[in-house]
Design a protein around this ligand. Sequence first.
Ligand SMILES: [Cu+2]
Length: 242
Amino acid sequence: MHLSTSTVLAVAVTAATTATAQVTGAKGNAPVTTGNSDTILYETSFSSSNVESGYLNFTGTSDGVGVLVTACFKGINASQPGPYPYHIHDFVVGPNENCTATGGHLDPYMRMDLPACDSAAPETCQVGDLSGKHGKVPVGVDDYCTSYVDNYLSLDPSNVGFIGNSRSIVIHNVNLTRIGCGNIVQGSTGGMYPTNTTTPGGNNVTTYPTPTVAPPIASGGATSLRASMALGVILAVGSLVL
Ligand SMILES: [Cu+2]
């Protein structure tokens, strides 16, 4: 039996497309987290030249399932197009409030940015994609606050969904330009709008010089199996030609 190169390529492309069309991360879907004590608090607060102030609080829940998030943003510069996505990013904010230094999104299941998160299936979204799962900050609301339980964040340092390990929050404009960012730190009283906004930036940015910690990656995974199956098809077809 002989297959042309184009046939081999077509099969290979089909296999690759099948693999990448899967929304589930290479390490599988995010499991619901448990054991998140409601006595634990992580928080961030920040201000920037484009966001007067913002804060997020993260606490456990009464049954320990998921993490209760309160997110508030005030005074987003109207010149910035919205609605405004916000995420947990992998690294701390860089010197001089450098939001680019925060890297990509917390994504331990290697789900990647695209296709966009489907809020109806939040377990398939990037763990750090808070606005994808719970809604973006709308345009034209000067003082916006929202609260929700995210079932995939963790307050357990041994969990890859842990948010307290030198991670940060970044808010973007609709074009994904980073317009504000702050580090997530362990707190005791709960974050609030920062009061020292006479100097844009600052806040946790300058008080939390923790070294960058590599983003967590979950072990195992479903798509690794899919990927190896796709590779198997390619190799099998290739061997027919050879
Ligand atoms: Cu982001």
